[in-house]
Design a protein around this ligand. Structure first.
Ligand SMILES: N[C@@H](CCC(=O)N[C@@H](CS)C(=O)NCC(=O)O)C(=O)O
Length: 207
C-alpha cells in the first residue's frame, strides 16, 4: 500500500536518484507516482502546493508533510528503511559518498541549465557563451569522475547512485557529447552499473 506520494517526471535525473534509492531500500511499491510538469518558466501549481521551488522530486508523506530536494528525500528513504549502505556512518566513506553526490548533482545542474538554454529560452535570446560555459562544467565533472572511476563500487552509496544517474542523463539528453569515448574508466564502470536492476527499472524516458 502506498504511504508516500512522489511528484515526479520520468525524464528527471534527480527523480531517478530517488527512484533508485526507493528500489534499493524496498520501498518502490510504497510510493504513488504523481505526474507533474516541472519547468523553469511555467510553474506547475501541483508541485508548488508542496514545494515553493516548484521542482521535482518532491515527496509528500502520509501526514501531508513534504520533503525536497533529492538529497533530502534519498536520505529520508534510507533512514526510514534503516539502511546503512546508501549513507555510510563511517566518516571517511560518508564524506566520500556525499562529495560524489555533490559532484553528480553539480554536473546535472550544469547540464540542465544548458538544456534549458536551448529548450526553454526563445531562440533569439539564446547565449552561446552561457551554453558553452555549462558544458565546460560538465566536461570538468566528467574529468573528476574519470579520475575516481576505478574506485567506484557496484554496491552503491548515494555517491555512486548520483554519478550513475548523471552519466545516464548525459546518454539520454546529450548523446552528441559521446562522453564514453573520452572517459574510458568512467564508461567501463557505468557500463556495468547501468545493468543493476534498480538502474534498469528507472531508465529515463520521454512521457
Ligand atoms: N537540487 C534539486 C534539483 C531538482 C531539479 O532541478 N529538478 C528539475 C527537473 S530535473 C526541475 O524541477 N526543474 C524545474 C525548474 O527548474 O524550475 C534536487 O536535487 O532535487
Amino acid at each position: 500500500m502506498a504511504t508516500m506520494k512522489l511528484l515526479y517526471a520520468p525524464t528527471s535525473p534527480f527523480v531517478r536518484k530517488v527512484m533508485v534509492c526507493a528500489h534499493l531500500t524496498g520501498q518502490a511499491d510504497q510510493i504513488e507516482w504523481l505526474p507533474s510538469a516541472a519547468h523553469p518558466i511555467r510553474r506547475d501549481d501541483r508541485i508548488a502546493a508542496h514545494n515553493p521551488l516548484a521542482k521535482v522530486p518532491t515527496l509528500i508523506l502520509d501526514d501531508g508533510q513534504s520533503l525536497y530536494d533529492s538529497r533530502v528525500i534519498c536520505e529520508y528513504l534510507a533512514s526510514v528503511a534503516g539502511d546503512t549502505q546508501l549513507f555510510p556512518a563511517d566518516a571517511a566513506r560518508r564524506w566520500q559518498a556525499l562529495m560524489q553526490q555533490a559532484l553528480g548533482d553539480g554536473l546535472l545542474d550544469a547540464a540542465l541549465l544548458a538544456r534549458y538554454e536551448r529548450t526553454a529560452r526563445p531562440a533569439e535570446r539564446q547565449w552561446t557563451d552561457w551554453y558553452d560555459a555549462q558544458l565546460v562544467k560538465v566536461e570538468a565533472g566528467l574529468t573528476a569522475i574519470e579520475a575516481q572511476a576505478s574506485a567506484l563500487a557496484l554496491n552503491p552509496t548515494i555517491g555512486e547512485i548520483t554519478l550513475g544517474c548523471a552519466l545516464g542523463y548525459l546518454d539520454f539528453r546529450f548523446p552528441e557529447l559521446d562522453w564514453p569515448a573520452r572517459y574510458p574508466e568512467a564508461a567501463r564502470w557505468h557500463g556495468v552499473f547501468r545493468t543493476l536492476p534498480a538502474m534498469q527499472a528507472t531508465l529515463p524516458h520521454d512521457a
